[in-house]
Design a binder for this molecule. Structure first.
Ligand code: HEM
Length: 520
């Protein structure tokens, strides 16, 4: 007995020394992680993920990472076991088809709870077999060929947006266009998914707190995703689930309500009409693939649409508008292209998808350039190195389990894109006087291959065509209908990188361009 208490006292007396020794062992093991150990990076990042947690919490992680890559080259160590990659050949492997690189637990943190259980979606699942199974039944709904079927939904929302913006014109009021573009993006995705806008444009407000809930979810998962185990202390804490019922997400509530409505009004649903929305297509998938698609999976598809497709589109629209307005030269060139095309009846208002693709090459360059300079996603698209490991070109061998990936903000500033990569130069997407057609196509293909706006590989954005439809129709229509000027031309927008790099403070004044009459 006496011996036991003496031992306990001795441990107690030496506790600080024991803890310090354990911490030293832990940090040293982290520092010496095989493979990653020889990659440069901030000292603290080599011993703890707390470094990247704090960096992301500070809200401009893409800026830190860019300067680290400028300093260290193609590979930067961001955590004991985490490597940011800028080498294009390595990225071909990491995001290659059938290469076995799975998403990391960064994505599990984004899985919302339903009845206390995390529900993986198309976007957030880390299980590749499950991903393939749930993608197959619905991938055709997102194909290029369905775009024209979705176009009337987009037209409808553009009309509603213009109705609201006209009120700012009539009252000569300053318009916070960043917010109205977000309302547009949310209402379009509501229209496309449920044939029902979420009602943001009509009410001019954040209905049911959906936008703020999504913002909180992104703030949380951007940070916590750097140390995913923290999720089990906070949102996925079993005690919290027990006391709070364990369901998260205003978006999920909205989605479930719309699905219940649809199931209750069978026969009068848009399925009976010619215009099929996403929900119709998901319900068709349920009939065709009953073993994979049940009611919960239908809800999950709709949530993926809303969570992945609304903020990202709003951010892209804001970037296009901001950079264009900030450059009088670009504004003028774009304005000229649009007004000439309208006068010659080559385009209508709203501009159709087909017209935007065939008649407006400068618009295309402007959009590509804005999405290059400000991709919506601002953290690494993390993947886990599979069993065979990864030999980095001109770098070390990384063993299985190392977390690797690219941040679109870094790749988009690669020398492949030419000079002045920090500047907004749409012309880099057009043929130069000194360049033959073949040379131009070659250069353009290289830039397109290095474009990560919509991700890359088997987990690339399924909604890319849909968002391009929303963007390529709204932007030219907006510039045709309105003369848009910043209220304070010298003011800068405010940016926060919380996984998605959202912007605020874009006050503009609008005047009506009388020549551009909107069609029905
Ligand atoms: C400009 C707008 C958009 C941008 C910038 C964007 C960006 C991305 C990116 C970067 C990824 C890959 C994420 C990763 O690898 O970690 C992704 C995946 C995804 N996106 Fe988008 N997205 C946009 C619009 C949309 C829209 C409109 C929808 C739905 C209608 C959508 C649905 C999805 C889904 C479901 C995934 C997961 C795909 C999979 O893992 O198979 N996105 N998106």
């Amino acid at each position: 007995m006496a011996i036991t208490s003496e031992a306990l006292i001795s441990v107690w007396l030496h506790l600080p020394a024991i803890l310090v020794t354990l911490a030293l062992v832990y940090f040293t093991r982290n520092y010496l992680k095989p493979g990653a150990a020889s990659i440069p990076g901030p000292f603290l990042a080599k011993i703890t993920n707390l470094w990247r947690f704090i960096d992301v919490a500070n809200g401009r992680a893409e800026v830190t990472l860019y300067s680290l890559h400028q300093k260290h080259g193609d590979y930067v160590r961001l955590g004991p076991n985490v490597v940011s990659v800028r080498n294009m050949d390595a990225l071909k492997t990491i995001y290659g088809i059938n290469k076995g690189y799975q998403k990391t637990n960064f994505y599990s943190v984004q899985q919302q709870l339903a009845k206390g259980r995390p529900t993986p979606t198309l976007f957030t699942t880390t299980d590749e077999a499950f991903h393939a199974a749930i993608k197959k039944p619905i991938s055709s709904a997102y194909s290029m060929s369905t775009l024209t079927e979705f176009e009337p939904f987009v037209d409808k929302t553009i009309h509603t947006l213009f109705g609201r913006l006209d009120e700012f014109v009539a009252e000569a009021k300053v318009c916070d266009i960043a917010t109205w573009l977000q309302y547009y993006a949310f209402d379009v995705i509501g229209e496309l998914t449920f044939s029902k806008p979420l009602g943001f444009l009509e009410k001019g407000t954040d209905i049911d707190g959906i936008i703020i809930a999504l913002e909180h979810m992104l703030d949380y998962s951007g940070k916590i995703g750097q140390m995913p185990w923290l999720d089990y202390l906070f949102i996925k804490n079993p005690l919290r689930s027990f006391f709070k019922g364990g369901s998260t997400g205003a978006v999920a509530r909205f989605a479930r309500a719309r699905i219940d409505e649809r199931l209750n009004q069978k026969g009068t649903s848009p399925m009976a009409n010619t215009q099929k929305d996403f929900l119709d297509r998901f319900l068709e998938a349920k009939e065709e693939y009953p073993a994979v698609v049940n009611d919960n999976q239908v809800v999950s598809y709709t949530i993926s649409n809303m969570n992945a497709g609304s903020d990202t589109t709003a951010i892209s629209l804001r970037a296009i508008l901001y950079y264009t307005l900030k450059s009088p030269r670009v504004s003028m060139k774009l304005h000229q292209e649009l007004t000439v095309a309208l006068e010659e009846n080559r385009i209508s208002l709203p501009v159709s998808w087909k017209q935007s693709q065939e008649q407006l090459p400068y618009l295309d360059a402007v959009i590509k350039e804005a999405l290059r300079l400000h991709p919506a996603v601002g953290l690494m698209l993390e993947r886990v190195v599979p069993a065979e490991g990864l030999q980095l070109p001109d770098g070390p061998f990384l063993p299985a389990g190392t977390i690797v990936g690219a941040n679109p903000w870094i790749i988009h500033r690669h020398q492949i894109f030419g000079e002045n990569v920090e500047s907004f130069v749409p012309e880099r997407w057009l043929q130069m006087d000194t360049e033959s057609e073949i040379e131009f196509q070659d250069r353009k293909q290289k830039m397109l291959r290095a474009t990560f706006t919509f991700g890359a590989g088997p987990r690339t954005c399924i909604g890319k065509n849909i968002s391009l439809l929303e963007i390529y129709k709204l932007i030219p229509s907006l510039f045709l209908r309105y003369k848009i000027e910043f209220d304070d031309p010298s003011a800068e927008w405010a940016i926060v990188n919380a996984w998605f790099v959202r912007q605020k403070n874009m006050d503009v004044r609008l005047t009506l361009n009388d020549k551009a009459k909107i069609g029905s």
